[in-house]
Structure formats: C-alpha cells, structure tokens
Design a protein around this ligand. Sequence first.
Ligand code: UN1
Length: 491
Amino acid sequence: MTEYGLYIGGKWIKSDSGKTFPTANPATGETLATFQVGTQKDVDKAIEAAEKALPRWKKFPPPKRGEILLRAAAIMRARKDELGKLVTQEMGKILAEGKGDVQEAIDFLEYISGEGRRMLGETTPSELPNKLCLTLRQPIGVVGCITPWNFPMAVPCWKLGAALITGNTIVYKPATLTPLCAATLAEILEQAGLPAGVLNMVTGPAEVVGDAIVQHLSIRAVSFTGSVAAGKDIYAKAARMLKRVGLELGGKNPQIVMDDARMDLALEGVLFGAFGTAGQRCTATSRLIAQEKVYDELLEKLLVRTKGLKVGNPLDPAVDVGPVASAEQENKVLKYIQIGIEEGAKILCGGRKQTGLQYDKGFFIEPTIFEARHGMRITKEEIFGPVLSVVKVRTYEEAVKVANDVEYGLSSSIYTSNVNTAFRAMEDLEAGVTYINAPTIGAEVHLPFGGVKNTGNGAREAGTEAIHEFTEIKSVFIDFSGKLQKAQITE
Ligand code: UN1
C-alpha cells in the first residue's frame, strides 16, 4: 500500500500529526492508498513554501508558464486511459466519464496555457498630452484552492491552471475522498517542470486544513467548490480579511420540456443529465419540468429507460451508473428518498440501496424517479445523487416560475422547437448556464462557469473569466511630457 506524503516545497513529506487516512474505491471498498492527515502546522509550512517560491514564479514569463501547463496536458493525454481508470476507481463514475473528467482537465490546461500569451490589459489615451494609460494583470500572491471529489481531475485543473498561468503560488487542499487523483496531478505538474514550492498540496480534514488555509493572513484569495454551508463559512471568514473568494456551490438544475419539444432528444437529455455521474455533478438534472401534453408519454418512456439502466462496478463498460462516492453520500441520498416518501411524492422507480453480492461492498443506489409537487423539499434541496423529481406544469410561464423558485442557479435547460420560446428562456432562466435542447451537464471549458443565488458569489471560473479570479488589475499612467501635468485641475 502506497503512503503518500504532503507535497510541500517540491518534497513529499510526512504530516506533523503522524496520522494517515485511506482513500478507497466506492464500488468495492478496496483501499487504494493512504494519505497524511494534515494539520494547521502543515498548512503553515505549505504557505511558507508558496511564499518563498512566489517572487521567482511571478517573474517567470507567462508564456513559459503556459509551456509547463501544455506539457502537463500532453502527459495527461498520453496517460488518459490510466488516469480515467484512476478517477473511476477513486470516485466511482463510469469509465467513459472518468476519461471525460481527464479530457476536461486536458482541455482546460490547453485552453488556459494560451492565456500566457494574452492576459490582455487595456491601453487608453490620457486626458493630458504626452501621456499614456494602460492596465496590467498581476498575480494576487499565494492563493488557496479547495476542490471537490466529483470532478477530481477537471475541477482542480480549472483552479490550479488558472492560478498558475497568472503567476500565483498555491496551497491546494483536495477533497478527502479523492487525494490519489490530486497527488497524481501534482506529480504530473512536477514532471512537466513546475518549480518546487509553486504548488503545495496538503491533504486532511476540511475543518482543519481548509480552515487553516482560509484563516491564514498570507493567503490572499480562495477558490472553493463544494457545499453551500462550507462556502458561506469560507466567505464569512475570508471577508474579515478582505480576501478574494470564488465560490461554486451546487445546484438544483431543471430541465424543462415543452409540448413542442422533440421527445427523443428530451428523453436522452434527461437520462444523461439526471443519472450521468450517478447524479453527482453540480450541474446534474434533479428536476424534470414537463408541460402537460407531453408529460405522460415522456414519463412513461423515461421509466422504461431508467429501469433499464445497469447499475454496477463502473469499470465494467456495460454499466451505466456507478456507486455514489461514500457512505456519507449514500446516507444523504437515502435520507432524501425517505423525505420524498414522507412528503407524499410518488416513487415511480428505484428508491432503494442496491444489495446483493456485487453491491454489498459499495454504495449503490437505484436510479430513482419521484412524481413530485413543486415545493416539496426534494424539489428544492440539492440531493447530489441519482434522484430525479418530475413536476407537471401547464404553461411556459409556470415552467419558468417553477424552475426559478429555488435557492440555487447553476445550470438549466429547456427543450423546445419554438425559437421564440428558446430565446425567451435564454433570458428568463435564473442560472449561470442555460442549455437549449441539450442536457444540464457538460459545460465546455472555454466558457465561464458558475452560478447565481446560493450557487456562488458572482465569481466565474474557466473560460474567459478564469484569469480574473486570480489576478489584480493595476492601472499605469505613463507621462512622457517631461513636466508635471495635473489631471482634473484646470487652473
Ligand atoms: C461540477 O460538477 O462541479 O458541466 C462541474 C459539467 C462539467 C463540470 C461540472 N463540465 O457538467
């Protein structure tokens, strides 16, 4: 069994705690490796290493930083099958999606490496003669990146890639469920040529390691993806030190199907959106909002297809839905199923933990569909598992009202053949991401990603916004008149 250290200052070292924790395969229970239980002292060490590496990394030309990221992407591409398998083994998504996670990481590293040759500022004239004004994008300094377990390659690459290309050094705390993916990523970045101390990884409990990162004065920005409760806590603590914070905190994403939609497309869309990654995407479809004429037929077809989904070991190519990520997740999802039943929602399929030989060592839940009334807790709270609530509506207006009547606003989707309805929905749906005739999952990396309301704090990652999360803007005034010129003062 491999025991991994903390990655600090380019070295793999033991934690101050002297304790380790295992990372395990959620389908089989098999332990994959052990990791250090990091402490506040470890975080202090990691921050020191990041501070030490900062001056040189800041001066490292951004296109050269980009070359390192491109090399990392090339290594990942060459190892894609193996890394995809690792994602599947550690997190539980099916193999095709494990490779998709790696591909998304590659895509982003390639995309963001180009920013090394852009990172554009502005040049503008001055109100005074012989004077020029421009803006520079500068690194923030030492930043904290705290990542979730559901995309253990892609989301870390969004954060680390954007922080690195812009010249920051990093203290990185990966989710405790997926440290092996994180450590592998750190090794790849090191192999690609990232200098020691630029990226430092501390594993361990969020309440200790995450909190120490957020509370340390030297960390100037924090990028976090995870739960609303943790996000609010981070935001409040960071606010006291006026830190920059980027938050992405989940969703309750609707797929609306209008009477004029193409039934076959809408059906494929909701199946993929709701049960892909066993529903464990922030962008997962957790509500199907269908107009009344199409409702019965859509539901009937959906039930047939959902009952046909094969649940099992995600390494098996015949399997459609893998396990949920942990016992804790399993309990949460089963608790919500219970809540749905108690609220009077009708279970149309699934609803149970899968048992029997191939399931007993893992966390398998049957793909579950509830016929629900909007307003029930299962239609408003994030479940993060293979559970879909179906709600019937009469009109477009009602569909939008229901879709928007939740505290989240990450992804959203509408299926319609009416171009006017599509364009109206583009404006009306309260979400950071809207899909027309496509499922709620599968955002591409060159567009900004994030959401409204409780999904975040207005920050966006990936895409054209990625570099904003990790840079300060400086305005520069260059006076080449050879005399004192005064702006605004006329006499
Ligand atoms: C997440 O679940 O936090 O849009 C990220 C998607 C993926 C990323 C999801 N590209 O579903």
